[in-house]
Design a protein around this ligand. Structure first.
Ligand code: PGA
Length: 252
């Protein structure tokens, strides 16, 4: 059975003053279960959030990005070493906003993944196509290119790795992929892992769906065989909504 994961991506949102109340609501609503909950929060809030989630069962705080060097002249960047010093052991890499707005290319993202894993961090690695790429039937080529990072990851490190399939046209638009579209992409991703690594790696690696996940569409998504969880932006900012999303991944 693959690990189920409900992950939140706050992006550059939420004020510091709202954090305690946010987690208090979740503490009251989330029932202990085997689903792992992860919050990817802005860097200045990492430590505060980590202290808050200590009392929430099976949960952890992750960074939204790291640089692939341990230290040096890299103004504005955060290293895996610094994260570990404050007790943070996971990070998002390759979110489409990093790829698009901040022009992080595939080579850099592969270096970031390898570095983070080598440093012992867990990684949620994001992939996904644009609307134009989907319309011109390039989805599988684009995903293959982005997934090629996996070829360089050792089988041991793959145990600390998970993938978030986030079609760019579904992010922040309110138009989620249908559960069938998402399942088809997840099947493709799993096949690639089986082909490049091993069937056992493919069977164990959690693949999350992201893009306008909400309390309304999460149940359908959670019923798909190859969808093991979700990465949630907008709806994760409202604790009552995110609590409902977490509950949908509860194992039966
Ligand atoms: P969204 O964002 O849920 O607001 O669409 C998802 C993401 O960008 O990770």
């Amino acid at each position: 059975m693959r690990q189920k994961i409900a992950a939140a991506n706050w992006k550059m949102n939420l004020p510091k003053e709202g954090i305690e109340a946010y987690f208090e609501t979740l503490r009251q609503t989330v029932k202990p279960n085997s689903t792992r909950t992860v919050w990817c929060v802005p860097a200045p809030f990492l430590e505060k959030c980590a202290a808050e989630v200590e009392k929430i069962f099976n949960s952890k705080i992750a960074a939204q990005n790291i640089f692939h060097k341990p230290s040096g002249a890299f103004t504005g960047e955060i290293s895996s070493t610094m994260l570990k010093q404050i007790g943070i052991t996971a990070t998002l890499i390759g979110h489409s906003e990093r790829r698009g707005t901040f022009k992080e290319d595939q080579d850099m993202l592969t270096q970031k993944c390898l570095h983070a894993l080598e440093q012992g961090l867990e990684v949620i690695y994001c992939v996904g196509e644009t609307l134009e790429q989907r319309k011109s039937e390039q989805t599988w080529d684009v995903l293959s290119e982005q997934l090629a990072t996996i070829k360089s990851i050792s089988e041991t490190d793959l145990k600390k790795f998970c993938i978030a399939y986030e079609p760019i046209w579904a992010i922040g638009t309110g138009v989620s992929a249908t559960s069938e579209q998402a399942e088809q992409a997840h099947q493709f991703i799993r096949q690639q892992i089986a082909e490049w690594k091993s069937q056992s790696n493919a069977d164990h690696l959690p693949i999350l769906y992201g893009g306008s996940v909400s309390p309304e569409n999460v149940t359908d998504l959670s019923k798909q065989e190859n969808i093991d969880g979700c990465l949630v932006g907008g709806a994760s900012l409202i604790p009552e909504k995110f609590a409902k999303i977490i509950a949908a991944w509860k194992e039966i």
